[in-house]
Design a binder for this molecule. Sequence first.
Ligand SMILES: Cc1cc2nc3c(=O)[nH]c(=O)nc-3n(C[C@H](O)[C@H](O)[C@H](O)COP(=O)(O)OP(=O)(O)OC[C@H]3O[C@@H](n4cnc5c(N)ncnc54)[C@H](O)[C@@H]3O)c2cc1C
Length: 303
Amino acid sequence: MLRNGFLWLSKNKLVRGWVESSAGARRLTSRFIAGLTLDDGVQVAALLATQGIQTALDHLGENVETADEAKSASKAAEKALLNLSEMSIGGTIAIKLTQFGLDLSVEECVANIEPLVKLAKRYGTRVEVDMESTTYTERTLRIVERMQQNHGCVRAVIQAYLHRSEQDVRNLNSLRIPVRLCKGAYKESPELAIADKKGVDEAYVQLMRLLLKDGTDPAIATHDEQIIQMTTAYASEIGLAASGFEFEMLLGVRRDLQQKLRKQGYRLRLYVPYGEAWYPYFMRRLAERPANVWFFVRNMIRN
Ligand SMILES: Cc1cc2nc3c(=O)[nH]c(=O)nc-3n(C[C@H](O)[C@H](O)[C@H](O)COP(=O)(O)OP(=O)(O)OC[C@H]3O[C@@H](n4cnc5c(N)ncnc54)[C@H](O)[C@@H]3O)c2cc1C
């Protein structure tokens, strides 16, 4: 209920304007968002690298409406890849296809992301393609497959809450496409997605096992401590070394757990967002945890 309320607020233009212009909100976002510029993102990535933590750098933005906006998103992502490579940080970039023109056309989108995949290949890294709402699932997966076929160097994202995900994971495994597994952050209908948390968690564990057993360099993206324990236990059970998979978490979420995993010798990558268009991303993070909401509201009123 609270989660749905916040997801609704994330689309409300009036509330968005108020929050975006508030100095207090900017200060509060710093826990989840590296900053407004690429430099801010790269600095955080460099700091994480000194702690042995990898980065997936995300230039915030989604659902652009013009070809020019999509093109400039592509140029910005190219710059991010270049900076990561020049600083030898060894991170990846994460992209949302609606920021690169998917709402305009598949071909427009491909024209904007293919240069990024080629560049990632040249720099020995990859592009992680985030998964958005179910409006885009099919098109996103087909584009990822096409990029993998043409160049390699991509990672798909699967949302455990979707009923279709088991089939998608099996297909991606057979194509040897690396997958990042997350629970799913968008509001979906019960026809398309599992509605209860217990059901989503069970589906997640099942898919995690499929990925560890048959997948290619899978990323287990969650802050769920119990699922993380089940992942490390299952990896030991099937004899998969810690180097055979990685955990992914979001900047600013469960920092205690992040440190613990590093100390235990597991690979960890943090999703590090930066940029002016922080509002929808920030609202999704608030919606995930009631305690975040009260913290945010209290501070907004205080400011
Ligand atoms: C690296 C990464 C990439 C992602 N990419 C995508 C994507 O492409 N598409 C997509 O739909 N979703 C994506 N997500 C979001 C994901 O779908 C979930 O909404 C989000 O991760 C919360 O689920 P959880 O697995 O942490 O488990 P939950 O059961 O939600 O949380 C487990 C515990 O983690 C902590 N926690 C979780 N979220 C927060 C928070 N915001 N603030 C503070 N504590 C928190 C709490 O302690 C909570 O009890 C991504 C998540 C990660 C980590």
